[in-house]
Design a protein around this ligand. Structure first.
Ligand code: WT7
Length: 647
């Protein structure tokens, strides 16, 4: 681990909104006077009724609640659109950069976006969508995705976005779980020159999920897709008929805003529910301070709206702040590894926010793809999703940012709504690989396995001891699971599932998940989910899945598979199992290695010893530890002998 320090550049210290002294002072106040601090911050939003209450949360089992600003009333779309119209109606809200560099970008002003959102909100109403109804979105990265999100918020509907890379099965499960009657999709998506059959997938999902009554289809590529009379409607037709006048629905701060499914350590993905007031405040405040967003800046978060990063930092945070947000349809390295930097140059991007996995993939191609571009517009760089290795950090800093741009390595989660441990560019001296310090109001602690709080320099499990406005409110349909998953391990605190080290200077270094969740290219995957998919295959008797270090993806997926008697291992079967998992969950769950094994290492009580499987997958066979408690220690020899070489 690296311990060299990058001080705040002088130009930044001079113009900082939050300098080191202000950070220390405001952070202390955010903890000592949370009500005063947060009611003051809340004024950055436009309330129909301003809140007089701030935090009423309680993490104990008896009084368990997460609740903020509970007497406040507001509307998210009014905050993201209407309130900007007077001062910046003609400013560009969304710059859309299409997948192919030869296609034309689109520039959508706040006034145009407002009109389109109002029309679509009216169209949704006409299709019977009411306040509180769930609407599933399965969309490519096109501006209409933001329109659909904001249109839902305008009428108080709860959106649930399903990433376009998920399979029809995974989509159907998510539609059914939140009982959506309506799905918004596109004919096709387009990423890296390849098309994604979104409408076809929705048709297949609708067969599996009986709740779907209406499908609205956006024409994105113009592909010929089948439309079912009475169920399927073209977005363009609905917009053409719709009125551009739609009053924003008054929403209580605690009313649900959106559901986003995420993987956990158990099989079924959880519907993480965020609420209206606290979430929007957290999105807006962190976006402004962490990225130092200033009027006139062009800001680019290169994520997908299918993930929480896209929700908070492509759409809600930037638009609440009246920013110009860039939305990119494609992937960072197509048609060439220069693409991301060419987009920066084309739109004169000032802040860029991306994932370490993308940086590692680009770094591998060599510096020339970067240095061939100008990048002088860049002022700040950010990363999110997984720990960044110091080598990639330095490359980002030196080669991409030419030593000029602070890097904000931001730690947070789907559950936290927005950034939690992060540098503030004008305040924080950086250490490559450290997410540095907590944001205002965030009180992190490290605990050992027994829950004892560790002080000073230490390594342990990361917990957060009090609520913050952006915290998730519940697991959709299963409030008890919300409590059990996050608040029962270390009573009275929110357990993040991450391991973390704090150094002698108080810097936080996230070390990765300590539960059965693996982080593949910055996306969370439950090992249990991949296992469930594998055992559904007719040849598979049993499966165990672990993560292993992967140069580009951060972690890869390693599956141990025991076949039913009579089945023979083969490369062909290996290929069909990989294809099977892709079909069951989606390409993001593609196993990197499959090892056939006659048996799994189990204790006498039948528990799989994952520790051993992880070691073997990592290739660390010299330190397998005590295997004597295994029911059949000889399986380990077989596992070691037939390890799949570094894939
Ligand atoms: C998990 C959350 C945050 C939005 C994207 C992922 C890991 C996230 C960092 C970081 C080290 C990080 C954690 C966390 N993670 N950011 N800067 N440094 N690890 O959201 O899918 O909910 O995953 O991503 O392990 O728990 P998510």
């Amino acid at each position: 681990m690296s311990d060299d320090i990058y001080p705040v550049p002088e130009t930044w210290a001079k113009t900082a909104r939050i300098d080191a002294a202000t950070y220390a002072k405001d952070y202390a106040r955010s903890l000592s006077d949370p009500t005063g601090y947060w009611l003051e911050q809340a004024q950055r939003l436009d309330w129909m009724t301003a809140p007089t209450l701030a935090d009423e949360s309680d993490f104990t089992e008896e009084k368990f609640a997460v609740r903020w600003f509970a007497d406040g009333v507001l509307n998210v779309s009014a905050n993201c659109l209407d309130r900007h119209l007077e001062a910046r109606g003609d400013q560009v809200a969304i710059i859309w950069e299409p997948d192919a560099p030869t296609a034309s970008p689109r520039h959508i002003t706040y006034r145009e976006l407002h009109a389109e959102v109002c029309k679509f909100a009216n169209a949704l109403k006409a299709k019977g969508v009411r306040k509180g109804d769930r609407v599933t979105l399965y969309l490519p990265m096109i501006p209409e995705a933001a329109v659909a999100m904001l249109a839902c918020t305008r009428i108080g509907a709860v959106h649930s976005i399903v990433f376009g890379g998920f399979s029809p099965d995974a989509l159907a499960g998510r539609i059914t779980d939140c009982d959506s009657r309506i799905v918004i999709t596109a004919d096709e998506g387009c990423r890296g020159g390849k098309s994604v059959a979104l409408k076809t997938n929705v048709d297949a999902a609708a067969k599996l999920s009986s709740s779907v009554e209406t499908i609205i289809v956006i024409k994105a590529t113009g592909a010929d897709v089948p439309m079912t009379e009475g169920r399927d409607f073209w977005y363009g037709d609905l917009i053409a008929e719709a009125d551009a006048d739609c009053a924003p629905e008054p929403m209580n701060a605690e009313d649900p805003l959106f559901i986003l499914y995420t993987s956990g350590s158990t099989g079924k993905p959880k519907g993480v529910l965020h609420s209206t007031g606290g979430y929007l405040l957290w999105a807006s405040l962190t976006h402004e301070l962490v990225f130092d967003y200033r009027d006139g800046d062009v800001y680019w978060c290169a994520a997908d709206v299918g993930w929480v990063t896209g929700h908070t930092y492509i759409v809600y945070g930037p638009l609440a702040n009246g920013a110009t947000t860039l939305m990119y349809e494609g992937v960072p390295n197509w048609p060439s590894p220069s693409r991301i930097w060419q987009v920066v140059d084309r739109h004169k991007v000032n802040q860029l926010y991306t994932a370490p996995t993308a940086l590692r993939a680009l770094m591998k191609e060599g510096d020339s793809y970067v240095t061939a571009t100008d990048r002088s517009s860049l002022r700040l760089l950010g990363t999110v999703g997984e720990p960044i290795n110091p080598e990639a950090w330095r490359w980002y800093h030196q080669v991409v940012g030419e030593g000029r741009c602070p890097i904000v390595d931001t730690w947070w989660q789907t559950e936290t709504g927005g950034q939690m441990i992060t540098p503030l560019p004008g305040a924080t001296a950086l250490k490559p690989g450290s997410a540095t310090f907590p944001f205002f109001g965030v009180e992190p602690k490290l605990v050992d396995a027994e829950g004892k709080v560790l002080e000073g320099a230490a390594e342990g499990n990361l917990v957060i001891t009090r609520s913050w406005p952006g915290q998730m409110r519940t697991v959709w349909g299963d409030h008890d699971r919300f409590f059990q998953t996050y608040f029962s391990t270390y009573p009275g605190t929110y357990f993040t599932g991450d391991g973390c080290r704090r150094d002698a200077d108080g810097y936080y270094w996230i070390t990765g998940r300590v539960d059965d969740v693996i982080n593949v290219s910055g996306h969370r995957m439950g090992t249990a989910e991949v296992e469930s998919a594998l055992v559904l295959h007719k040849t598979v008797a049993e499966a165990a899945v672990v993560g292993f270090p992967h140069d580009i993806k951060g972690q890869g997926i390693y599956a141990y598979v025991t076949l039913n008697s009579g089945e023979t291992p083969s490369d062909e079967l290996r290929k069909s199992l990989v294809a099977w998992v892709r079909q069951e969950i989606g390409p993001i769950a593609t196993p990197d290695a499959i090892q056939f094994t006659p048996g799994l290492p189990k204790t006498r009580s039948g528990k799989i010893m994952r520790r051993i499987l992880r070691k073997i997958a990592e290739g660390d066979i010299s330190s397998l530890g005590d295997t004597s408690t295994l029911a059949d220690p000889s399986v380990v020899d077989d596992l070691v002998a037939n390890r799949v070489g570094k894939p």
